[in-house]
Design a protein around this ligand. Structure first.
Ligand SMILES: Nc1nc2c(ncn2[C@@H]2O[C@H](COP(=O)(O)OP(=O)(O)OP(=O)(O)O)[C@@H](O)[C@H]2O)c(=O)[nH]1
Ligand SMILES: [Mg+2]
Length: 309
């Protein structure tokens, strides 16, 4: 199970319809007055939280979201129709950012926010008629709609987060614990998007376990986006590779520094030694495991379920 927790989308509200330049033409009135109508408003782009959606995957292929334009004014003083608003459905828990700043948070189903306003409709020449100007040839065109690039980010209800240095065995641990089948490979940075697995307790309740990459990724937004998923975790599993020759205390400190800003208050932190089939667990470990032989996996799963219930 993998999911998309961050996407970029482009929103474009509708342009207002143009005002119309027109004069009445009727058989019995040789010189009709101005009768050009106003343009309609362009449609807004509105984001709506929809509980049917669970992640941002649909936006990977649907990047551009364009609301309809307002109708142009017409002769006989007919006004253009307003463009309909475009309602774009996003999962509850979506944060909306513009230029790196949060502009909205759609937490609950049904919440909505306008992210691009449609342009005002233009003005037809009829509106300029006055006692002095009986035949104005002036109109105002419709305004452009607002447009913007937005980032959408989503916080998942992750109960257990797995962190650690690249290649520490995070994904292998996720798979062993939950039966997920995320990609495991013998080189760092295999996992770019967080991977998820379900952990089911005796009551049938599913707790989400997430393998969060990005500890070593540089500064950047990517790292913040992945580690942001820590926010809701109640247990954090810190993987420590038993077979890595670098000083384990130094490795632990490196990861702790990297995640400090994201670590939720009150989260239970557990140091899990991985790859214990290759080397003994370092003394800093709370539990010794091997995804290869299954050592310690059932015990860790039982502990997790006890903490989560
Ligand atoms: N022998 C042995 N090898 C393991 C174990 N767990 C993981 N590995 C190996 O270690 C390498 C890295 O494992 P991953 O689970 O991909 O590590 P990761 O922390 O997810 O790595 P990135 O996603 O790249 O950061 C792979 O070659 C795995 O086969 C284990 O318990 N025993
Ligand atoms: Mg991985």
């Amino acid at each position: 199970m993998s999911f998309t927790d961050r996407v970029q989308i482009h929103v474009q509200a509708g342009r207002g319809g143009h005002g119309c330049l027109s004069f009445r033409r009727e058989a019995h009135t040789p010189r009709g007055g101005p009768d050009g109508g106003n343009g309609g408003r362009g449609g807004d782009v509105v984001l709506v939280a929809d509980e049917q959606l669970t992640d941002l995957t649909p936006f990977r292929t649907r990047v551009h979201h364009k609301a309809p334009v307002g109708g142009a004014g017409e002769g006989r003083n007919r006004h253009g129709r307003n463009g309909e608003d475009l309602r774009v459905h996003v999962p509850p828990g979506t944060r909306v950012l513009r230029d790196g700043h949060e502009v909205a948070m759609l937490a609950e189903p049904g919440e909505a926010v306008t992210v691009a306003r449609g342009g005002e409709g233009g003005v037809g020449n009829r509106a300029f008629r006055s006692s002095r100007h009986r035949a104005p040839r002036v109109t105002i065109p419709g305004e452009d709609g607002e447009e913007a690039w937005l980032s959408l980010e989503m916080r998942l209800p992750v109960a257990v987060a797995i962190i650690g240095l690249p290649n520490a065995g995070k994904t292998a641990l996720l798979n062993a614990l939950t039966g997920a089948s995320a990609t495991v490979a013998p080189y760092p940075h295999t996992t770019n998007e967080p991977a998820l697995g379900p952990l089911q307790d005796d009551y049938g309740v599913i707790h989400l376990v997430a393998d969060l990459p990005g500890v070593a990724a540089d500064g950047s937004e990517r790292r913040g986006a992945a580690l942001g998923q820590l926010e809701r975790a109640s247990v954090v599993l810190h993987c420590l590779d038993s077979s890595d020759p670098e000083d384990p205390a130094a490795r632990l400190a490196r990861v702790r520094d990297a995640v400090a800003a994201y670590m939720p208050d009150g989260a239970r932190q557990v140091v899990v030694a991985t790859k214990c089939d290759l080397a003994p667990a370092p003394p800093q470990a709370d539990i010794a495991t091997s995804a290869e032989t299954g050592e310690g996996i059932a015990a860790l799963r039982d502990e997790l379920l006890r903490w989560l219930s």
